[in-house]
Design a protein around this ligand. Sequence first.
Ligand code: PHE
Length: 346
Amino acid sequence: MSDSLDSLREETLVRIDSSRNEAEIEQLRIEALGRKGRLTLLLRGLKDLPADERPRVGEQLNQLRQLLEARIEDRLELVKARDKEKALREETIDITLPGNRWERGRIHPLTAVIDEIVDIFWGMGFEIARGPDIEDDYHNFEALNIPKDHPARDMQDTFFVTDGRLLRTHTSPVQIRTMENRQPPLQVVVPGAVYRHDDDATHSPMFHQVEGFMVDGDIAFSDLKGVLTHFLKQVFSEKAGVRFRPSFFPFTEPSAEIDIQCVICSGYRRNAQEQHCRVCKGSGWLEIIGAGMIDPQVFRFVGYDPERVSGFAFGMGVERIAMLKYSIDDIRLFFQNDLRFLRQFG
Ligand code: PHE
């Protein structure tokens, strides 16, 4: 018994001292102290010894177990410390490598164009108002003098929600909401999203408009002309020609559509290769704003006396202006959030 004890001790201690890594040490521990380890087997053999030898041998075995456990623990610490030191010695940090760059955020081109438009009107004394995207029939159509059978109400154009409500098809309902709650003089612009059942390279089911209106005792068509001409020269170019054409909207009378000279061919109608300009389709002009004098019927709906107030209103598509400013030929680019596109702005 004491022979095998001695040899177990010597062998194990030698192996502990020569072990080089955690796996070897663990293997060693299992062989000596594990469930079927040599020391464990000796401990189990105790019961076969004569009763008077058991205490002494048991004592020796326990001491050996403690010794081995302690030495294994020490060795483990030593090996770990060596590994760590080795890693520190061998691993180097290349401080010349470029670090991770923080991407700088940018303003979305549509937001930038909305801000620019609103700023120009702000400079002329307009205030800013907003209204709900989900509207009722009354504010989106009825009070704007769009009767029940008007083609603009066609299912093709309007997204209906439940309970007779709908996604506003233009920002004009905010004219009504503002006038319902306030008295002239009013000078307001309304940026916001609008919705129409339409989807191709130049139409998106959700797009943005900026509405504007001015109401006071004696606002004339010349006020509308002055304000919008100034606006267009600011957003596009001082040199750009501006033209007013008669048009029709149920909520304005008279109504106009306002064109600017084509920003691509400058009214020349042809491009550098002497080909038909595709943006203005060779007309030399681009339609950009719908406008007119607010219809007396609309004033009656909001409780104003059309004999005592007059005003003008206008509405423009933000995407169209952004597309012309930046020569973008597909409206969907604004909403795909492709960073390669967005990084070109701001
Ligand atoms: N609401 C019209 C549209 O969406 C634009 C417009 C606004 C026209 C105000 C005249 C006056 O087409």
